[in-house]
Design a protein around this ligand. Sequence first.
Ligand code: MUC
Ligand code: MG
Length: 373
Amino acid sequence: MSDLTIDRIETRILDVPLIRPHGFATYTATAQPILLVSVHLAGGVVGFGEGVVPGGAWWGGENAETMKVMVDGELSQATLGRDVTELAGIAQDWNRSVANMRFAKAALEIALFDAWARALDVPLAHLLGGQFRNELDCVWALGVLPLDEAIAEVNERREAMGTRAFKLKMGSGDPAVDSVRIAELIANTDDDLSYRIDVNARWDRLTALRYLPKLRDAGVELFEQPTPADDVETLRELTARVGVPVMADESVCSPADALRVVRAQAADVIAIKTTKLGGLLESKKTAAIAEAGGLACHGATSLEGPFGTAASLHFAASTPAVTFGTELFGPLLLKENYVQEEIRYQGGKVLVPQGPGTGLTPDWDKIDFFTRK
Ligand code: MUC
Ligand code: MG
């Protein structure tokens, strides 16, 4: 066995252009900033993690720049010189010097996991309980788009990848106009497609009570985080009243949050982003709490690049509680990827990359090209 001492941690910010602008509730991204973290073990093995938020700081307060400061500073100090097999203890120690900052912790934790798995020459899923599936259902998110462009994109994705489930972003425009646009999209595309909306916590209670029933009647099958993250009581009320499953995303950024949602029965599904939760260990705990409380888990995304997406796939492939599929399509939204392999998408599913660690090898020419100067 090679030396597993954590010898060096390197970070760089990549700016990777998107195939089209991606409109969120309060922000439109044309490129995805990604903090690429490389962990070098003394024996020569290198692991990779990505610090990613959906576009910018609007989602959870962190961005690529803040993540770089945290990983380069306190988080590295608490990690260097230790043995990677101590990972759970290292991750716990981070909380002594750095409160919150879960996206930054996830980037480093995943790079450590990847290095450890590569040193053992096993897939990452083997360190997470074992891989029991090779593929998962995968939703495509449209962002906020005009109706004609949305119809074209649905048809194109269906043709190219067999996608049948689509997520529509709301919360940016007038809810009355937006609801009509979504009803028209559903009416003007094939009946066997499935639609969900994500409001990114932007509506108040009365807006949600007014428009969610209209969207339900139009055929929307899942409501993701319609109302503010901290207002678990309103989420509970909507879950009980609107007759369509509700998914908690912003409301669950820790295992303790998951327990709160489970206790209140405030949602039917919990969105597990390995990024917002602070990594794979915290994602496992969150999934266990959801499972014990009878809630489904969804393999959600912050629009990670290939390494982050593959890590989330290994998490989902080793976690039976993820019963509600995934939206791990991030690499497809990037104009170009920076690994030598491609994550494969077919028949509405995404395949878990195979090989040691995440199963992906960096393409350093492309990484250098996208690195912020
Ligand atoms: C979110 O809030 O779910 C994931 C896909 C997408 O379009 O937005 C993200 C973030
Ligand atoms: Mg969401």
